[in-house]
Design a protein around this ligand. Structure first.
Ligand code: ADP
Length: 288
């Protein structure tokens, strides 16, 4: 077990109310686990507790078999963190930034150029970071989080601020890391990121978790088990007919539509999106 959290509660110092109200989840080694929820749900707060940045939590918070408050600096040899707002040395080049961070680790590290290649910044290795776009800085941040080959990686909104091509690159990188056995904890308010990347996803709103499962299992549980057949009608009109998926093979009304008398234009099962499920389960929208 990589992470185990039980009845985790947290109140920010000076805050008038509790932010996390007792959450439970665990993450297996090699799993990509996602926290899906709108802004302000408590996703970053949870990540910051897990990496030891926020102290004074209540409940159980175990990372790699040890309570977080008992870990010292050595935790950071094994954990990589890429949070939303990158802070780099702007006067240094991308390569120099990574060389600097590499030097802080005692264990094996990636070659700086290889790390930049993974995030599509190889060509920009020797440019000063001050001239980087926001998206380039975000990608440099991801490269930095990987430089010491962490066993456990925390990514906060990994594709936010990236164009589709670079977002794809980061998602592919995360999937490749899982192949190598890395455990990844992702937070996002983007249902596509959760759907594409996560083995399991937790729905988080207002400091609580209301469901945890694989995206597929959630869709099966909440999707309508129905198929809609559209037939060519008069002119451009299509005629839609819905059938229950269960017993479809012996449903005469369905089978008669397929007998070739009329042309079938489309056949679709009614799969729902993670966002629809999120709204159904939590009563809240992902993006407000
Ligand atoms: P998310 O990552 O899901 O957007 P956060 O974990 O950042 O949510 O925030 C959860 C709640 O905690 C929000 O209501 C936010 O206003 C509050 N919060 C975040 N940081 C602080 C802080 N430093 N002090 C007090 N409250 C905070």
């Amino acid at each position: 077990m990589m992470i185990r959290v039980e009845d985790l509660k947290f109140t920010y110092p000076q805050a008038s109310s509790e932010t996390l109200h007792g959450i439970d989840f665990s993450i297996e080694e090699g799993e990509i686990f996602g926290f899906l929820g709108p802004s302000g749900a408590g996703k970053s707060t949870t990540q910051k507790i897990l990496i030891g940045l926020l102290k004074g939590y209540q409940g159980v918070g175990m990372v790699m078999g040890k309570e977080i408050r008992d870990w010292g600096q050595e935790l950071y040899e094994q954990v990589g963190v890429s949070f939303e707002l990158p802070n780099h040395y702007l006067k240094l080049t991308a390569r120099e930034n990574l060389e600097y961070f590499r030097s802080l680790y005692s264990g094996a590290t990636l070659d700086a150029l290889d790390a930049l290649d993974k995030v599509g910044l190889k060509e920009d290795a020797d440019k000063r970071v001050s001239g980087f776009s926001k998206g380039m800085k975000i990608r440099l941040n991801v490269a930095r989080s990987l430089i010491h080959k962490p066993r456990l990686l925390f990514l906060d909104e990994p594709t936010s601020g990236l164009d589709p091509v670079n977002a794809r690159k980061i998602k592919d990188l995360v999937l490749a890391l899982r192949e190598q056995g890395t455990t990844v904890f992702v937070t996002t308010h983007n249902m596509w990121v959760a759907d594409e990347l996560c083995d399991r996803v937790a729905f988080v709103t207002a400091g609580e978790i209301s469901a945890i499962d694989s995206p597929d299992a959630l869709k099966k549980k909440y999707g309508k088990r129905e198929v809609v057949v559209e037939l060519a009608g008069d002119g451009d009109d299509l005629q839609a007919h819905s059938f229950a998926l269960d017993g479809l093979g012996t449903n005469d009304a369905f089978l008669s539509l397929l007998d070739g008398t009329r042309r079938v234009e489309t056949i679709h099962t009614q799969e729902t999106t993670l966002e629809n499920i999120f709204i159904e389960v939590t009563g809240q929208e992902l993006v407000s």
